[in-house]
Design a protein around this ligand. Structure first.
Ligand code: H79
Length: 446
């Protein structure tokens, strides 16, 4: 009798314990670690991005209103930093937000400019360091709907336009925030959990499928690698196939942009205003760059890079296995500056002829020749000739290469160029003058 009761009591305790245990399990579902991923899964996820090679960065916000000038003085440095550089108090800066009324903004026109340039994705500032948001955020009054006179959801209009043109929409989002009262010091966790993360969820839920989330401002002391990994996992849990830059965590080495060591959160390195000397096999990266010296519009910055420089940068980056994210800074009216549009048009014209030697290619198999660059793709090597050699020939430094045909990509008739095997490799004889003084591409089929 006594024994039976003991068993019953024991059973009851066991039952209670087990139900408690399963309850506890339900309460804390295991957080999926997206940082553990097979190479195959990662290759599938990164495929479109690796093939794209060329994207448009758009820095746009209330800083386009002062456009580099504050209190009658031209402020040094990058335009989107004017609040910090000129030490503008929050209530003063808010006046620019109240003037931000870009009535000439036309999402279809912007996306068309990107498409005509041969760009495959757009990364726009949903929120920069100043904290002003370009969409109707439910957790903020400091946005285009609630604080500015414009009252149109810019990100929604861009998402629609991108869908029509099959351009991938991506967002730049600053972790740092100069406007939110909790975004620094001991209140930071409140900002992170009740503002930053809900905003990211809005962006993914309302404007997806997104291509990339491009974080920045991660260098603040409040941000840690642990928080970066948590944010990385959070974003992937909202959209599994999204791509996230390395500024989500603390891995990058300054403006050089690549990670210090492996194991950090983030899918690709982010050199800023720089092109690395060489690529790194197996490492994805993207150089972001301005066409003049500012990201956000400045009325008096006319230090434009030439179309020749920009086209050769794109080729140089592709030859090292990277992507090129080239910036435009539209005006407060909503216009992409004309010098930017002209340069993008020239890049698009070059890509129309030579795009096959850029899109979907991988890094040069032979390093850097003195006359230009190499890229490659499935049975083809592409020689991008910057300086047409006086000898009117180039040599592919690979004596074992069995070449079936060589021709100029600009030649619609694909007329074969004469080739000769030499000790140092395959010599290709060229016509006396370059089809394109900026870069002419020879296709070498093997
Ligand atoms: O959005 C554009 C710029 O506004 C933003 N990144 C591009 C894409 C940018 N934020 N800051 N900067 C550029 C320059 C900041 C450099 C520094 Fe640092 C921050 C120097 C010290 C802290 C870089 C990060 C070097 C060390 C940590």
């Amino acid at each position: 009798m006594k024994r039976k009761i003991t068993i019953r009591i024991l059973l009851a305790i066991l039952f209670a314990l087990s139900s408690l245990f399963s309850f506890a399990c339900q309460k804390t579902p295991e957080v999926k670690n997206f940082l553990m991923e097979t190479k195959e899964d990662r290759d599938v996820r990164m495929k479109w991005w690796r093939e794209a090679r060329f994207g448009m960065f758009i820095h746009w916000g209330a800083y386009a209103v002062p456009a580099g000038t504050y209190n009658g003085k031209q402020v040094d440095g990058i335009g989107e930093w004017i609040m910090d550089k000129a030490k503008i108090p929050i209530p003063e800066y808010e006046k620019f937000v109240r003037q931000f009324n870009p009535v000439k903004f036309n999402a279809d026109e912007w996306v068309q400019i990107a498409a005509d340039a041969g760009m495959k994705y757009i990364v726009i500032t949903s929120k920069h360091h100043d904290g002003f948001c370009l969409w109707d955020s439910k957790v903020s009054d400091y946005d285009i709907m609630d604080a500015a006179p414009f009252k149109r959801d810019i990100l929604e209009e861009l998402a629609e336009a991108c869908k029509k043109k099959k351009i991938k929409l991506c967002f730049y989002h600053s972790i740092m925030d100069w406007h939110h009262p909790d975004a620094k010091g001991e209140n930071f966790p409140t900002y992170r959990e009740q503002y930053l993360k809900p905003q990211i969820k809005e962006l993914i839920d309302n404007y997806g499928d997104l291509g990339v989330l491009w974080f920045d401002g991660e260098w603040i002391k409040e941000w840690t690698e642990e928080q970066g990994k948590d944010l990385y996992n959070y974003v992937r849990s909202l959209q599994n196939d999204i791509i996230i830059n390395n500024r989500v965590g603390k891995g990058r080495q300054g403006m050089q942009g690549m990670n210090k060591e492996v194991g950090h959160a983030g899918d690709f390195g982010t050199p800023e205003q720089k092109i690395p000397d060489t690529g790194i096999p197996g490492v994805d990266w993207e150089s972001c760059m301005t066409m003049n010296d500012t990201w956000g519009f400045k009325s008096f910055d006319s230090n434009w890079k030439s179309k020749e420089t920009l086209i050769r940068y794109l080729i140089d980056i592709a030859s090292k296995g990277g992507n090129f994210l080239l910036n435009v800074g539209p005006t407060a009216e909503g216009i992409i500056p004309e010098p930017s549009v002209t340069r993008l048009g020239a890049m698009g014209k070059w890509l129309e002829v030579n795009g096959t030697a850029i899109y979907g290619t991988t890094a040069s198999p032979y390093g850097k020749p003195e006359w230009g660059r190499f890229t490659q793709k499935s049975g083809n090597i592409f020689a991008h000739i910057f300086e047409w050699p006086a000898s009117a020939s180039i040599t592919i430094p690979d004596p074992r290469l069995e070449v079936t045909k060589a021709y100029l990509l600009a030649d619609k008739g694909k007329q074969s160029l004469n080739t000769e095997k030499t000790e140092s490799g395959l010599r290709i004889n060229l016509p006396p003058t370059a089809p394109d003084p900026i870069a002419s591409v020879v296709v070498i089929e093997y």
